[in-house]
Design a protein around this ligand. Sequence first.
Ligand code: ADP
Ligand code: MG
Length: 340
Amino acid sequence: PQPSPRRPIRELPDELISQIAAGEVVERPASVVRELVDNALDAGATEITVRLVAGGVRAILVEDDGIGIPADELPMALKRHATSKIASLAELEAVSTMGFRGEALAAIASVAEVAVLSRTAGADHAWRLDARSGELAPAARGVGTSVEVRELFFSTPARRKFLKTDATELAHCIEAVRRHALARPDVAFAVWHEGRLVEQWRRASFEQRVRDVLGADFMEGAREVQARVGPLALSGYAGVPEAARSRADQQYFYVNGRYVRDKLLAHGVRAAYEDVLHGARQPVYLLRLDIAPDRVDVNVHPTKIEVRFRDAREVHQAVRHAVEAALAQPHTQAAAAPAG
Ligand code: ADP
Ligand code: MG
């Protein structure tokens, strides 16, 4: 074929840059839920409510009681690469907030209709910014923030086609909140779908939250994980081999409070089950790794679902040994029956 004639190099328009970025960050309603709940947690919320319409495709509303955004900064919140969370490379390397890239709201606003309603402690009332029109108007709500996202992918029908049924999208949205809920038992969560309360987790101890979210069955077969190896701390629960499932649908790993899907960590856990779990059976677990922020790079992927460790071997070993030690326990307080 004939090569097409060369066109001059041009900078992409801002809107298109955001839409390209959105391709990486916003796959489906659940990705929006995840980003908005991340923001609520970063704002210090103690109570987060998620309201969905049509599995989140028609509308996603996330309300929090966090610190809010001052009215004069609302337009900035929607700007690409604008963040209040880091200001330098040194801060990036020590980052402890869920967000820091300053692109989620801009990305979402490029593929959906977005409004942000917020009130800070000092303000007389809230303000609502409509992303499309740029209109800023007084509004009513207590201290905190509500983000409204409507008609996801309305302008990108190709993307919209990839969405599954409302029921499936709803399930993914709930799973996104569940992942946060397991990391933050100190925060209350509620999920509503079309006016019906579908999930609610009240503030609780870690153990109680795990029981509330994953069920008594999970706890029944759980062994407590507790290990400290140099700068690493591992905690949580690993299911006994008999509790393994045919699907890998109860495998939760958190690094410094962030839910991750990481090959190295998954492999470390799997290695601990090597001699006791055969075939395609999938172990159940909820593990938390705490590590100095400068030993882990969370800026590997736009969704931050993958991480990179400075001492990968050490981390792998620590995970494996911690889970092996937990599985070797004959009995645990984690089990439902109180010890005699
Ligand atoms: P990031 O979280 O990476 O900073 P976002 O696009 O998600 O980027 O958000 C941009 C900025 O908007 C945040 O840095 C924060 O200052 C503000 N913001 C967003 N959501 C909230 C919220 N729920 N409460 C308070 N501030 C928020
Ligand atoms: Mg964010």
